[in-house]
Design a protein around this ligand. Structure first.
Ligand code: ADP
Length: 900
């Protein structure tokens, strides 16, 4: 009885899985049924073999079930039992229990039910098929080979059949009843859980809304009283503190409002009511609020309102204002330079209902493609790494989206990462007045307001300017005229003094007189540009001269001056010129700068036309500086990690120094590719000077390759393509040079990519290394192999094949002999080599070694250019001193790198 109770408890235990509970029930019922059959068989004197099998099942089945249930392996137990039923019990009871004239056939319905309820997946299908096949076989045997079956007497048949019908019927009845009960109790439980969650949500929302209300009251007091303080006659310090309190309290209030809105949305209690309003007034209010914020960040702020917008609308004014403020605020927040614009237009009209389309565009940081899906998710701030200095909660856009949805509108976003975003919001509203809003110039309205209070146009206290003039009063005039801009001004009276200054001080702008004794302005300009170690080689230099006339402008332009001003110069002219030439981050606009901006923009358009494609690569591409400069190839450095710290390859660490450092075997050195964020910053910088970037990367199949990282980073942009060269070192460099050649020819990026992919298998990268110690130290090969090759005086050739590094030929004997053999083996391909360029890329070779190599190559084949290129530290780490490789490309007829 106790055991029976325990079993019932187990079946009712909701902490057990449904499958487990069903299993326990089914197996228990089946056990009882088999016990009854067993007893009946004894009474009816059934075949002894059948009785024996049933007896065995009676003992083993509970045993299996017990073990499996304890170990929570019900599925296994079910499978074993089903197997026994199908392959043992069913055939035995059939063949020894009278075949068609016994009870076995009736038990088939039970077997089907058992399998259907207990097994899952493929196993269930297999078992059902097997059971069916078995039934077929048994029927077949019973019909054609009835002699194989132990027959029943008529009386036995009736009795056996009756017992089976009753037992199977009861078993099926209990099973269905139990399933039904289970279903109902589970339903009830789910219902209860749902109610609990709803109650929890409601109390949480209640908590949020009451908390928000409670917090808002004191904040309003703080803001109100603080405003009073600001109106008092207070010291600057107190005023600054009060202004900070005001900003912080407003921010807090904003946050509380957002949380309150959010909780209302979550509890489904957000209600909005439409009111009649004048869009002109609403927009004026919004622009008035945000205009100053944009100006503070030195952003242009444009507003354009279509004149056909109705004068009066019926809509959710407060919420539309909230939406626009949120989106424009974000545009300002996430834009460092450039502009933010708002445009309002009429969309589709359906009777009285008119769609108003608000478009907010910025030239800010943009949004990564992969972040787009999360943009409207509450509390989710995308690109957090980059935005960590920008305040925000990730609630704004989520609320915006929910309001737009509630109003039956829609919001769409277009964004190009690093270039800017456009949010388009469309909201249907009812037209009240058919009068049009007409031409309203919100921009002018607010700009005038700003202009009235401020006098000076811009300030640049961190900018540094040098004025060179032999006339002392001219120096004084220029200094005074620029005083309001607060730039730091140094003055000198001649070329020699100017050069002294430019050696140590990085001036942003230099105003240079032309005619001066000893050294004139043009000569001084040339010397500043070429000054060894000079800080002003890239500075903006403006000719400030009494030489008027068009021909002079041409002269200064040809000389490379950045500007030209004629004396006597006005303060305004000087300011305009400074504004045009100073870097944006040094200039703070304090007044109307429309004119200056216009000129700046046209100047920028003239001077900063982007190139169609920038070719970039990694430091490990081992290209000579001369070629990098010639083709303006920007290089992202790999990182060399030593026990002393991390260093940028080729910038902070040089190969020779590193080799010295590595002489000590205890000095561990490894290399790393730059991370995704570093790549993203690198690409973003490239995209400010080019419309597309093709980044030529080291083989992705090498350890610590930068290729997968660059590919990952490129996903954030639409126009960055990463090429997996399947090479390294100058082999990768050869691909870079080909990319430059194609880009300079004006091929579109897709064509360049295709040509480069075709070229990969026609480039040959190999190195003969002195020994494999360094590779073993870097963990690229087994140390034992390195020791064996060394003891055999073997010099292996490392070859890049399909992007993987492998050992090719091995040369034995002295160093020179091996080198000769290596060079011979490479130059054996001489007929198919592109002879315009050959890289001899090396680690730690002496001048004598190089001369010898050059001479030996020269005696075998003639190349237009042989570049002896020191391998970058990142390569040296893996190869060690005494390594060099001949890296070459095949001549592909249609083009050659000769022009390079
Ligand atoms: P937050 O309070 O962080 O600004 P939002 O919900 O307003 O939250 O915006 C979510 C995220 O979307 C921001 O964290 C930001 O990364 C991104 N984002 C929103 N607007 C812009 C925009 N104009 N330019 C670039 N990123 C934006």
């Amino acid at each position: 009885m106790k055991i029976f109770k325990r079993i019932v408890n187990m079946i009712d235990d909701p902490s057990r899985s449904l499958q487990e509970r069903t299993f326990i029930l089914l197996t228990t019922i089946a056990e009882i049924a088999v016990l009854l059959v067993f007893i009946a068989d004894i009474i009816l004197r059934e075949d002894i073999r059948e009785i024996a099998v049933l007896g065995t099942v009676l003992i083993t089945s509970p045993l299996i079930s017990f073990i499996c249930v304890r170990r929570h392996r019900t599925k296994l137990a079910g499978t074993i039992i089903v197997f026994c039923v199908v392959f043992i019990i069913m055939p035995v009871t059939f063949f020894f229990g009278g075949g068609m004239f016994g009870g076995a056939i009736i038990w088939y319905s039970f077997a089907y039910l058992y399998i259907g309820l207990l097994l899952t997946g493929v196993l269930r299908t297999i078992m059902i098929i097997l059971l069916t096949v078995l039934a077929g076989v048994e029927y077949y045997v019973a019909y054609f080979h009835s002699n194989l079956i132990v027959p029943h007497t008529n009386r036995m048949f009736y009795l056996d059949s009756l017992v089976s019908v009753i037992l199977v019927g009861i078993v099926i009845y209990i099973m269905v009843w139990f399933q039904n009960r289970l279903f109902l109790s589970e339903n009830k439980r789910a219902e209860e859980q749902k109610k609990e969650i709803e109650a929890l949500n409601a109390s949480q929302n209640q908590f949020f809304s009451s908390m928000s209300h409670e917090i808002r009251t004191p904040i309003n007091t703080i803001i109100g009283l603080n405003e009073m303080i600001l109106k008092e006659n207070i010291s600057d310090e107190v005023a600054e503190d009060a202004a900070n309190i005001q900003a912080a309290s407003k921010m807090l209030l904003h946050l509380i409002n957002d949380i309150l809105d959010m909780s209302k949305f979550q509890s489904g209690q957000m209600k909005i009511t439409p009111v009649p309003y004048h869009p002109g007034d609403m927009l004026s209010e919004i622009v008035g609020m945000l205009w100053i914020r944009a100006k503070e960040k030195k952003l242009e702020f444009h507003v354009s309102v279509a004149p056909d917008i109705p004068d009066e609308l019926m809509g959710y004014e407060v919420r539309i204002k909230q939406i626009l403020i949120n989106v424009i605020n974000n545009a300002i927040k996430y834009t460092k330079e450039g502009s933010v614009s708002l445009s309002i237009q009429c969309g589709e009209r359906n009777g009285n209902e008119l769609n108003i389309i608000y478009t907010v565009t910025d030239t800010g940081i943009g949004i990564k493609k992969e972040s787009m899906p999360y943009l409207f998710t509450a509390f989710k701030r995308v690109d957090e790494e980059k935005n960590r200095h920008i305040e925000g909660t990730g609630l704004g856009l989520s609320i915006v989206k929910q309001f737009v949805d509630l109003m039956g509108g829609k919001i769409t976003v277009n964004s190009v990462y690093t270039k800017g975003s456009t949010f388009i919001i469309e909201i249907p509203q009812n037209v009240i007045s058919e009068n049009h809003i007409g031409n309203i110039d919100l921009e002018k309205r607010h700009e005038l307001g700003v202009r009235n209070v401020r006098t000076s146009k811009f300030e640049a206290p961190d900018a540094h300017v040098l004025v060179v003039d032999d006339n002392a009063s001219n120096l004084l005039v220029v200094s005074k005229l620029l005083r309001e801009t607060k730039v730091k001004i140094d003055t000198v009276s001649g070329g020699a003094e100017a050069l002294n200054k430019t050696l140590n001080t990085a001036y942003n702008v230099i105003f240079m007189d032309h005619l001066m004794p000893e050294m004139d302005g043009i000569e001084c300009h040339r010397k500043i540009r070429a000054q060894v170690g000079g800080m002003c080689r890239e500075s903006k230099i403006v000719a400030l001269t009494a030489n008027a006339g068009g021909e002079n402008r041409a002269l200064y332009e040809a000389e490379g001056f950045d500007g030209y001003l004629v004396k006597p110069v006005s303060g305004e002219e000087l300011e305009k010129e400074l504004y045009r030439l100073l870097p944006n981050d040094l200039v703070y606009v304090t007044g109307n700068n429309e004119e200056i901006l216009e000129e700046t923009i046209s100047w920028m358009h003239k001077n900063q036309r982007k190139k169609p494609v920038a070719i970039t690569t990694e430091s490990v591409a081992d290209l000579p500086q001369e070629l990098l400069d010639k083709h303006s190839i920007d290089v992202i450095p790999h990182i060399v990690c030593t026990t002393e710290g991390k260093f940028k390859d080729g910038i902070e660490i040089e190969t020779d120094g590193l080799l010295n450092y590595m002489r000590d075997p205890s000095h561990k050195v490894t290399t790393l590719a730059p991370n995704v964020q570093e790549h993203e910053t690198f690409f973003a910088k490239q995209l400010s000077i080019a419309n597309n970037v093709i980044h030529i990367s080291i083989s992705s199949k090498l350890v610590q390759s930068g290729c997968p990282i660059a590919t990952e980073a490129a996903r954030a942009f639409d126009n960055v393509t990463v090429i997996d060269t399947l090479h390294l070192s100058s082999g990768q460099g050869l691909m870079v040079l080909e990319a430059c050649r194609l880009a300079e020819k004006g091929l579109p990026p897709a064509d360049i990519t295709k040509r480069l992919n075709d070229l990969r298998s026609h480039i040959h990268t190999s190195f003969i290394v002195d020994n494999l110690d360094f590779l073993a130290r870097a963990g690229q090969i087994n140390k034992r192999i390195a020791d064996i090759t060394k003891s055999l005086m073997a010099r292996p050739v490392l070859v890049l094949q399909n992007g993987k590094m492998g050992v090719g030929k091995i040369f034995f004997g002295s160093q020179k002999r091996s080198w000769k053999k290596y060079i011979d083996s490479v130059l054996r391909n001489s007929s198919k080599m592109d002879k315009s360029i050959l890289f001899v890329t090396h680690v730690g070779l002496t001048k004598r070694d190089m001369d010898w190599i050059k001479e030996y190559i020269g005696s075998k084949a003639k190349f237009d250019r042989i570049y002896f290129q020191k391998a970058s530290p990142a390569i040296a780490v893996n190869c060690g001193a005494g390594t060099f490789g001949l890296l070459w490309r095949e001549d592909m007829n249609d083009h050659s790198s000769a022009q390079l």
